[in-house]
Write a protein that binds this ligand. Structure first.
Ligand SMILES: N[C@@H](CCC(=O)N[C@@H](CS)C(=O)NCC(=O)O)C(=O)O
Length: 218
């Protein structure tokens, strides 16, 4: 449920189609923070509007999401998650303590680098059906790498018995659970990973993620 924010704060604008996993990270974060915002879902749908000078002036990469906060222009989804949590003073989602914070940021960076790199080829081939990603050997390597990363995350969750960064829900879980949803929605052979499955079921029940992890929206 969107709540009003104090009138002294400028209204947030989120640009990006909700089919984008990176846009959904922000929709989830904004809902956890109960922040009022305007969503402009037309950006990236069609993709050609990301090439427009108007959009490129906001993000020279031509990618969504973009967040506008007054005269601040932000891009890079995980950075924006951190910005929003810090802006709301939510130290439970992003701790101040350097060691606890590094634990959260480690998993966020891992998602954006190692994990994304592992799934990219398989996802582009098997879900997006992109002709540039049709090599069966490369798809197999990508699936194996993706599953290996999910096994690693499953072991981590077995260790903590709760969340990625430890005992409490943090920003790391937002970016990871959406990635787990993508893994579950992609037509590949997957190992049985009980800790990961339990984690996914628990976090899918959070009200803030309602409608963001549905079949057909990997
Ligand atoms: N590292 C960037 C990646 C952003 C990104 O790759 N966005 C994709 C959607 S998930 C995009 O805009 N693709 C072009 C398009 O949708 O047309 C981030 O995390 O924000």
């Amino acid at each position: 449920m969107a709540r009003s924010i104090p009138p002294s704060l400028p209204r947030l604008r989120l640009l990006g189609r909700p089919g984008s996993i990176n846009v959904r990270k922000l929709l989830w974060t904004l809902a956890e923070l109960e922040l009022d915002f305007v969503h402009e879902p037309q950006w990236g749908d069609p993709p050609s509007n990301l090439l427009s000078p108007e959009f490129r002036a906001l993000n020279p990469n031509g990618l969504v999401p973009v967040l506008l906060d007054g005269d601040a222009i932000l891009w890079e989804s995980n950075t924006i998650c951190r910005y929003l949590a810090a802006r709301s003073g939510r130290r439970d989602l992003l701790p101040d303590d350097p060691r606890a914070r590094a634990e959260v940021e480690r998993w966020m960076d891992w998602q954006a680098t190692d994990l994304n790199a592992a799934w990219n080829h398989a996802f582009m081939a098997l879900v997006r059906r992109h002709p540039d990603f049709a090599d069966p050997a490369a798809i197999r390597r990508s699936v194996d790498a993706w599953n290996a990363r999910m096994i690693l995350l499953d072991r981590r969750l077995a260790e903590t018995g709760a969340f990625a960064a430890g005992a409490g829900f943090t920003l790391a879980d937002i970016v990871l659970v959406l990635s787990v949803h993508r893994w579950r929605q992609t037509p590949i052979d997957r190992p049985d990973l009980p800790s990961l499955a339990g984690y996914f079921e628990r976090l899918s029940a959070r009200p803030a993620v309602a409608g963001l992890m549905v079949p057909g929206l990997p």
